[in-house]
Ligand binder design. Structure first.
Ligand code: JFZ
Length: 627
């Protein structure tokens, strides 16, 4: 999400693509982002209601409440691009499969031949909806029309699934009905600005029309078809607003409001007029984000089905991602690229079903749960909340190990392991601000074990000082630092298969610049210092000092030498979608520091011998306990 960019470019799609690479086709962050933070207020309600199990009905007045109650959505990218699966004639275009038409500069008439082959006879909308329900998803958003302009629904525009394919059915209607029967939310993805079937810069036979005409002739009528023909919708999910005017964005919003007043509209409708914000693809923000927002992600690396992409995220990774997004305050919408025959990839489904089994036991810690009062990941895992309850999700389970949390000011009444034993766990809260929970001497119970803490009141946490655990590595994020003479920045780029990467950084280093983190070790000891950073050749071998101070006195200094990570500042391989700059963040162990007495310290990172080319981009410092 790059809110500082506003796209004013029209016409040339090549230019637009470059701008997309920089993220500008995304909508700006909507005004709704400034809204109040959600909290599960009604403690007295039954658990089912608190879990959002049909407890919150989606109406015009409680869109954000419904959204927050449901947390986990299934995104589906399905269309003619699935038929091609990343390959056109003899060439595989690795990455961002649903952009095949653009990448292959395929003329409209040639691309239309895919419709003649599209016949997903194994498609069973009820089976998809049942799977989604079992996997713990609360809503589905599916591509009704992607950038290739092909309508996966019955439309007056002839380039559609009913009129142009041997399949001849309307899968959107079947899925809408099936979702309603399963009690799942349902919505359409609709690409409102990019429609390469109507406007592109490579097909000489295409009549030259401007967007304003296409908007009136196709976009508005199709959005109306989707809003009037498929029953109540939970979402209309727009994408890549490009050079849409505010009036055009508002036309679409008004249209949705008129027919579907309860439906949520995402920020990519453009011009800051949506209900909630969509983060950059594949991005989980490292620190809590206020307002109503979602992170979107893929199960493998591409959105649309790709014949070569079997790089599935396993169930543990997906569960961790979901938990982390909820702990940051958002919703997680995870994508599957269905196959051209209408089935879902089997490995993909199997991993998601395992997550569903975990959610069947621990849904209470996710659906409608509040964000972590610590504002970022803790060394052992993630925290979510519900009223006076804290859920500690243990990502790193050691039998008999300790979970340490620093800065909780509220009294803990009890700690219980959320498994079938419901074992009460020993815990201790000391005067220095540490809470220590002792795990049982047992093998890891389930996909992600959860410890439930009951507090004497709503959690109050001082999260400014980072507690250094001496059993788990602790991460000091760039954005947690107080800076002078360097900046909080962010690097975003697209990798081989179209997956975006986003990394927050400290960059723009000047001579004498500093980044400072307040930390407090749980016990005296030595920590290995690892730095995750990117340094282009020009900034190679930057020298830094990491100073350890207590009560204004320097107690230790480590000298740090950061070698280039990337080779020459270059571009991605030619097989890649866009020519975005190549970043290569690496985690390197660079020093050892000593923290020998109790109490808080300040760690200061500072360049030593003059900064070259504004220095490296530093994502985080990781302190790994050695004692
Ligand atoms: C868009 C589409 O172009 C893509 O095909 C897919 O449908 C995805 C869900 O959305 O791609 C984007 C849009 C914005 C960003 C990244 C990918 N962004 O700004 O980070």
């Amino acid at each position: 999400m790059m809110k500082w960019l506003t796209c004013r470019l029209v016409g040339c799609l090549a230019v637009i693509a470059v701008v997309l690479a920089a993220g500008a086709l995304l909508g700006g962050r909507p005004a709704a982002m400034a809204q109040e933070r959600g909290s599960a207020s009604a403690e007295s309600e039954s658990m089912d209601e608190l879990w959002g199990d049909q407890g919150v009905e989606l109406t015009e007045d409680n869109r954000s409440e419904w959204f927050r109650a449901n947390k986990y959505g299934l995104f589906l990218h399905w269309g003619l691009f699935s038929q091609a699966a990343g390959k056109w004639e003899d060439t595989t275009y690795y990455g961002i499969t649903e952009w095949l038409m653009w990448r292959g500069r395929i003329p409209v008439a040639d691309y239309e031949t895919l419709a003649g082959q599209f016949n997903p006879e194994a498609f069973d909308a009820r089976a998809w909806a049942r799977f989604a329900k079992q996997a713990g998803f609360r809503y589905i958003v599916i591509t009704a029309k992607h950038h290739d302009g092909f309508a996966m629904f019955d439309s007056v525009h002839p380039f559609n699934v009913v009129d142009a394919t041997p399949f001849g059915r309307d899968p959107m209607r079947e899925l809408a009905d099936a979702c309603r029967d399963e009690g799942l939310g349902f919505g359409f993805y609709y690409s409102q600005y990019q429609d390469w079937h109507e406007i592109n810069d490579w097909d000489g036979d295409l009549p030259r029309r401007d967007f304003a005409a296409v908007f009136e002739e196709k976009i508005v009528p199709q959005v109306e078809e989707l809003c009037t023909g498929y029953g109540p919708l939970s979402f209309v999910w727009f994408d890549t607003p490009g050079a849409m005017t505010r009036e055009q964005s508002m036309r679409l919003v008004d249209l949705v409001r008129e027919h579907q007043p309860q439906a949520l509209i995402n920020s990519r409708v453009g011009n800051g007029v949506g209900d909630y914000s969509t983060y950059g693809d594949h991005e989980i923000p490292p620190r809590n984000v206020e307002g109503v927002w979602e992170a979107i992600d893929t199960s493998n690396n591409s959105w649309g089905f790709a014949w070569y992409d079997d790089i599935w995220k396993d169930s543990e990774t997906i569960a961790h991602n979901l938990i982390s997004v909820v702990a940051r305050g958002g919703n997680y919408m995870l994508n599957i690229g269905p196959k051209p025959d209408g089935t879902l990839p089997a490995d993909n489904v199997a991993f998601l079903e395992q997550v569903g089994q975990w959610l069947a036991l621990h849904g209470e810690t996710i659906y409608g749960a509040g964000p972590s009062p610590w504002g970022q990941r803790l060394p052992f895992g993630e925290v979510t909340t519900r009223g006076q309850t804290l859920y500690l999700h243990v990502f790193d389970w050691t039998p008999g190990g300790k979970l340490r949390l620093y800065g909780l000011d509220t009294e803990v009444r009890q700690a219980v392991l959320r498994d079938e034993t419901q074992t009460a766990l020993a815990f201790e809260q000391d005067d220095a601000g540490w809470l220590t929970v002792t795990l049982p001497m047992a093998a890891q119970p389930g996909l992600v074990p959860v410890v439930e803490l009951t507090l004497a009141g709503e959690p109050e946490v001082d999260s400014r000082v980072v507690g250094l655990d001496h059993e788990h590595p602790t991460t000091l994020l760039s954005h947690h630092a107080e800076v002078a003479g360097c900046r909080h920045g962010k690097a975003s780029w697209m990798e081989t298969f179209g997956e975006w990467k986003h990394v927050i950084t400290l960059d723009g280093w000047q001579d004498g610049g500093t980044a400072r983190w307040p930390v407090i070790p749980h016990a005296a000891g030595r920590w290995a210092v690892e730095i995750e950073y990117n340094a282009f050749d020009e900034a190679d071998a930057s020298d830094f000092a990491l100073t350890v101070e207590q009560h204004g006195q320097t107690t230790d200094t480590a000298n740090i030498h950061l070698l280039a990570t990337t080779g020459p500042r270059g571009h991605m391989a030619p097989s890649t979608h866009f020519n975005t700059p190549r970043y290569r963040f690496m985690n390197r162990r660079v020093a050892v520091i000593h923290l020998e007495t109790p109490g808080p310290y300040t760690l200061t990172l500072q360049p030593r011998n003059g900064v070259k080319a504004s220095g490296p981009e530093i994502h985080a410092i990781r302190l790994v306990p050695l004692d």
